[in-house]
Design a protein around this ligand. Structure first.
Ligand SMILES: Nc1ncnc2c1ncn2[C@@H]1O[C@H](COP(=O)(O)OP(=O)(O)OP(=O)(O)O)[C@@H](O)[C@H]1O
Length: 682
């Protein structure tokens, strides 16, 4: 860095974009030299530079990424800032930052976004969770020296979030209010039209704008009076069906540009990859917008994937919390309320009323209790600085969601653990939930369903990829390259120095396809567990009762361990080579039967092969004879619990991926060249 600076005089780095970078680098070099001097002399050699290092971050060696983020209040990274108009803050901005918000410095990209929106530009701000997005529309809302005057209308997805922000603003003396379903019209009118000064901020849900003509009339009246300063679309990713948080009312927000064309829009989110980003820009009809983004790496978060061995992991989680995080604050995320009910007795009622939810959230924030068990919807926008762990008891629905949920940990910059319990049945459950589509008023289109399933599929690939640093994988999802070296053993994969073993399991794949196809030709069905037994040539009652010992593929995978066969079959489902069909039984059971999937034809026709990377279990012998499995199979069968409204119940608690991790070498590898293959006919 120093060499780079020495070789270019100050005048040579003369673009507006690069000047702040030069200044920052010079400051950092000063700070690094100072730290080095401390290290060598072990006593203070000079005054410390006027730069604070983050807590818990050791001064890294030769490590640019870490160097950049090792400082508190890391400034904007101008080289990845897609807006070149960077000014010093005006006196008014500085004053409001200090006097109203009690802050002394801007964080990365805040000033730039504030300046751009105050100039009347559309802005897209993509900032990690806890990065400080709110300030970027709250501060302009209290400034007078701007292009667009009046009320900043904030669109926010949750009433709890709006309440939170409004009460924080009010306590700072800022005039703000939200218009909820319960707010009477005359109160809203009184706030807006009585007195000379309009409130600085008005919070609305997208549903309110969509469904309430009174609300739209009010916005129009403000607009006609030149009193609509800007629209701030918080959690803007909810507009996109690419994301898991899609809210149909958000899609109505495209109308804002049509109805109020002169009003600038600032869209804010922490979770948008390239597709979602483009979708947001298109749907909100942003024009010539300033785009700000920055490194999404959260160096103080540690990422771990653990095997979920049974449906309820509470005992293990309790042990983990007692050992690693006694008296620490944390969140346990579950997929559905039902899972929460299993985990938290408090949530065992029919569901929580709004008041109860608020009371629980407030108590948790006030440290009256430490651990919150929640569905992802409950935690959106949580601003609690000292969350020391985030545990995913169930599979997150997407990598973006996972990043956002884990992002609620360690907002104070101190170390925090993010633990995800993975097992494949959770993926099937998510797919089932998407197909049921119970949670929405409007049905999802088939394309949206497919996208959501693909998003869950990405999470499975993430969990089962044991060869690549977790940080590399998550950040790649956001289009950011990350050097594994900079993870600094901050994830399970970087910590585990046992190399994964690569196994070719094509034989499982081809025989599984043959077995399922030949059964279906005969009008018979088979479950995944039964297929594992068939392939491994078990001689159990189940095999005899169904006459499975005569079907194609029987015993062809005798030499492969049960775990590995299970992993291979999971993978075939993930890759849509096999599919699942859920069927109600005469009893209360729902059973999952395997079918041929849409990708099976290609797999066989193109002679593809399937490889998995895994770490075999350390103690158990891998190749258990089928006779032992026979006993196990029987036991499992008896222990299966079931429930007709929850397909996951069709899976026995005891059957899981054990302590195996798997990695698929990008799923399939083509061994033979397509030209040597047939034309697609099997
Ligand atoms: N310039 C700053 N200096 C210090 N603290 C700041 C600054 N800007 C914001 N903060 C603090 O950072 C915390 C997170 O801010 P905020 O809630 O706006 O984050 P966010 O980006 O909206 O996160 P999320 O995506 O999770 O909602 C808040 O406690 C806020 O007061």
């Amino acid at each position: 860095m120093q060499q780079l600076l020495d070789s270019t005089g100050p005048n040579e780095v003369d673009t507006r974009t690069l000047q702040p970078l030069r200044k920052t680098l010079e400051e950092r070099i000063r700070a690094i030299k100072w730290v080095e001097a401390q290290r060598q002399s072990r006593h203070q050699t000079s005054d410390p530079p006027n730069i604070k290092l983050r807590n818990d971050v050791h001064m890294p060696d030769n490590d640019d990424e870490q160097l950049w983020t090792a400082f508190e209040d890391t400034p904007a990274h101008p080289l990845i800032n897609h807006y070149d108009h960077i000014d010093e803050p005006s006196d008014e901005i500085r004053k409001q930052l200090k006097d109203v918000f009690g802050l002394s410095e801007f964080r990365a990209n805040q000033l730039e976004a504030i300046n751009a929106t105050m100039e009347g530009k559309d802005v897209f701000l993509l900032m990690p969770t806890g990065g400080g997005k709110s300030l970027c529309f709250q501060l302009p809302a209290v400034c007078s020296n701007i292009k667009t005057q009046g009320v900043t209308v904030v669109v926010s997805p949750l009433t709890a979030l709006m309440e939170d922000q409004v009460s924080a603003l009010t306590s700072r003396g800022i005039s703000a209010f939200y218009w909820s379903a319960d707010s009477p019209q005359h109160e809203v009118n009184a706030k807006l039209w009585s007195g000379d000064r309009k409130p600085a901020l008005l919070y609305l849900t997208p549903e309110k704008i969509k469904a309430s003509p009174a609300c739209r009339n009010l916005l129009l009246k403000l607009y006609n009076q030149g009193q609509l300063a800007r629209f701030a679309i918080d959690e803007a990713h909810c507009i996109s069906t690419w994301g898991q948080d899609f809210r149909s009312a958000y899609q109505g927000l495209g109308q804002l540009r049509e109805d109020y064309p002169k009003v600038p829009i600032i869209a804010l989110t922490a979770t948008a990859n390239q597709c979602t980003r483009e979708d947001i820009v298109t749907q909100l009809k942003l024009r010539d917008h300033a785009f700000f983004t920055q490194s999404f790496n959260r160096p103080n978060l540690k990422y771990f994937i653990k095997a979920k061995k049974k449906k309820n992991m509470l005992p293990e989680i309790v042990e983990f919390i007692k050992k690693e995080h006694p008296n620490h604050t944390g969140v346990i995320y579950c997929l559905a309320r039902k899972s929460c009910q299993l985990l938290a007795e408090q949530l065992q009622k029919e569901g929580l009323s709004k008041e109860e939810k608020n009371r629980l959230l407030e108590s948790w924030k006030a440290d009256k209790f430490h651990v919150m068990v929640a569905t992802i919807a409950f935690g959106m926008g949580i601003d609690k600085a000292d969350v020391r762990f985030v545990i995913h008891h169930d599979l997150p629905k997407s990598l973006s969601g996972y990043y956002q949920e884990t992002g609620r940990a360690g907002r104070d910059g101190k170390l925090a653990d993010c633990v995800l319990y993975y097992w494949f049945p959770d993926f099937k459950k998510i797919c089932w939930m998407i197909d049921q589509d119970k949670e929405r008023e409007e049905a999802l289109t088939p394309e949206a369903k497919k996208r959501q399933k693909d998003a869950a599929r990405e999470v499975v690939k993430y969990c089962t990829n044991i060869s690549e640093c977790r940080r590399v994988q998550v950040l790649r999802h956001f289009g950011q390259e990350f050097n594994q070296h900079n993870c600094k053993a901050g994830c399970d994969n970087c910590l585990d120095n046992r190399p994964p073993i690569t196994e070719d399991v094509t034989v499982v794949a081809t025989n599984a396809i043959d077995a399922v196809r030949s059964l279906s030709n005969k009008g018979q069905q088979i479950t995944q567990r039964q297929l594992t037994e068939v392939l491994r040539g078990a001689n159990s009652n189940m095999i005899q009762d169904h006459g499975f010992s005569t079907i194609e593929g029987y015993g062809t995978c005798k030499h492969i361990s049960r775990e590995l066969v299970d992993i291979a079959l999971d993978r075939l489902i993930l890759l849509e080579i096999l599919a699942i069909s859920l069927q109600k039984q005469k009893t209360t059971f729902s059973a999952e039967y395997l079918e041929i999937g849409s990708a099976a034809r290609n797999f066989k026709a193109k002679g593809q092969c399937l490889q998995v990377n895994w770490r075999p279990p350390p103690v158990k012998s891998i190749n258990k004879p089928a006779t032992v499995e026979k006993q196990k199979g029987k036991r499992r069968g008896r222990n299966s619990r079931s429930n007709d409204d929850d397909p996951i119940e069709a899976f026995p608690d005891e059957v899981g991926p054990s302590n195996i991790s798997v990695d698929v070498m990008d799923g399939l590898r083509q061994l033979r060249t397509p030209s040597k293959q047939g034309n697609g006919d099997e």
